[in-house]
Design a protein around this ligand. Structure first.
Ligand code: SF4
Ligand code: SF4
Length: 207
């Protein structure tokens, strides 16, 4: 690419695009989007979202930081990979959508009560205790996340599901007394904490 082209591209890169390139998984691909709309047209769910992928990439380039990071659209991506398979520019769209969701969560900009974000947090907290998921406690945390009253209602509604999971050995009532885990959960927690510190320092350096 000539120096003239490079400097023109640099001039039209918004500050939010640069932020995305520095902090979001595969974010450096966003500038390659040619706005053909194939991804949004291929996405089985995109028409129900505020902003399907092509629109999200356009908004990043238009510097619409709050609208993008405060949106719940990227949280709705089910990783079906339709968009990636069809994008003529080969953008890793699914990964960018998840990267944007993670980044918005890290900045505390994810909409309150976003169901996927809530589930992710509960799943993560559960996993981090022993290094392996305790399905029984995960189910209970999900059912009771909005308080005792809602929890009882949810537990009644999901009773059959719980029984079937136990029958299929996907959930064990004995997990209430501890459950399985990795050999040294403390070491795992230290590794994750260190990785989080490194990520955080990268975000701070990019500000
Ligand atoms: S299919 Fe690819 S190039 Fe087309 S709008 Fe979507 S991300 Fe952009
Ligand atoms: S991977 Fe996500 S964004 Fe892509 S088509 Fe599927 S649901 Fe839509």
């Amino acid at each position: 690419m000539s120096d003239l082209n490079t400097s023109m591209i640099e001039k039209y890169r918004s500050s939010f695009l640069k932020e995305v390139e520095a902090n979001v998984e595969e974010g450096e691909w966003v500038k390659m989007c040619m706005q053909c709309g194939v991804c949004s047209g291929s996405c089985p769910l995109g028409k129900h979202w505020d902003h399907p992928p092509q629109e999200i990439f356009m908004m990043i380039r238009a510097n619409k930081r709050e609208e993008v990071l405060g949106s719940d659209s990227m949280w709705m991506c089910t990783s079906c990979y339709n968009c990636i398979a069809r994008c003529p520019r080969g953008l890793p769209i699914t990964h960018i959508m998840h990267g944007l969701a993670v980044y918005s969560k890290r900045l505390g900009l994810t909409p309150k009560k976003q169901p996927t974000a809530e589930f992710s947090q509960i799943f993560w907290d559960n996993l981090m205790k022993k290094g392996r998921v305790n399905e029984l406690k995960l189910g209970l945390s999900m059912n009771f996340k909005d308080g005792f009253g809602e929890g009882v209602k949810n537990a009644m509604a999901n009773q059959k599901l719980g029984q079937n999971m136990m029958k299929a050995k996907r959930m064990n009532p004995m997990e209430a007394f501890g459950g399985h885990g990795v050999k040294s959960p403390g070491d795992l927690q230290k590794i994750i904490k260190k990785a989080q510190e490194i990520e955080e320092s990268k975000i701070q350096a990019a500000k």
